[in-house]
Design a protein around this ligand. Structure first.
Ligand code: BTN
Length: 242
């Protein structure tokens, strides 16, 4: 087995950027980049990921066993592994909101941002970076974020130390096979969206639909109000308010 190198920094813009710089000359290696704080933590859709001290901010560098078109499966793998580890350590249930958000008690506690670079063949990934951010310690989220996000400590009363979670997660991620069907089964079981009426946002498009399931490639299977079915492989959805 190839070794996993560990790179810790107190302060950084984004651990995904650190991993990307390293990967440019170390593709094929396995590594984890961790920071105590991030000043420019990023999420999907260009959002900021608030990263104060006490949370876990880590990026796993891997040589993925899936083609670039299926890179979302790495997000699925990381979401399931993170949910399992947090459940083991707190005894509280973790749900997943397609495609990359983890929830406890109805609020977001963690997010995943997977990035990568195409190999020369244009089909495979030269490397992938799986960024995981977890709000572990009590956090005062600003403005409307306070309604949407929470920390594991606030949701469960359990304060987890970032390094302990990071080490469990790193070991569990690299011990899991992204192509194992049990990963997708667990992802579906934890999904907060299946059976829900949602609004889907895809580029400029916005439409109402019912979530029917999640395909093996990670796409969200929906039934639009006009009767058409679609497999959403990008964008995001929000549960309709009753
Ligand atoms: C999201 O909520 O949309 C994803 C958030 C991902 C945050 C993690 S923290 C470690 C890594 N570095 C980043 O800048 N982002 C990811």
């Amino acid at each position: 087995m190839r070794p996993i190198s560990r790179h810790f920094t107190e302060d950084v813009g984004s651990t995904n950027d650190l991993a990307k710089t390293y990967a440019a000359t170390h593709a094929g290696e396995r590594a984890v980049f961790v920071a105590a704080r991030q000043s420019a933590g990023r999420g999907r859709m260009g959002r900021t990921f608030l990263s104060p001290e006490g949370g876990l901010y880590m990026s796993l560098l891997c040589a993925p066993a899936v083609p670039a078109a299926e890179a979302v499966r790495l997000t699925v793998q990381a979401a399931v592994v993170t949910a399992r580890v947090l459940e083991e350590l707190t005894g509280h249930t973790v749900s997943i909101k397609w495609v990359n958000d983890l929830y406890m008690n109805g609020k977001k506690i963690a997010g995943i941002l997977t990035e990568g670079a195409l190999a020369a063949d244009g089909i495979h990934l030269a490397y992938a970076i799986v960024g995981i951010g977890i709000n572990l310690a009590h956090t005062d989220f600003p403005g409307e974020l306070a309604q949407l996000a929470t920390a594991v400590e606030d949701a469960t009363g359990v304060l987890l130390l970032p390094e302990a979670v990071e080490r469990r997660l790193t070991a569990a991620f690299f011990a899991t096979d992204v192509t194992d069907p049990a990963i997708m089964e667990d992802y579906r079981r934890r999904s907060m969206l299946i059976g829900e009426q949602v609004i889907a946002y895809r580029g400029e498009e916005r439409f109402s639909c019912l979530v029917q399931g999640i395909a093996d490639d990670g796409a969200l299977l929906v039934l639009r109000d006009d009767g058409r079915t679609e497999a959403l492989s990008s964008g995001e959805v929000r549960v309709k308010k009753q």
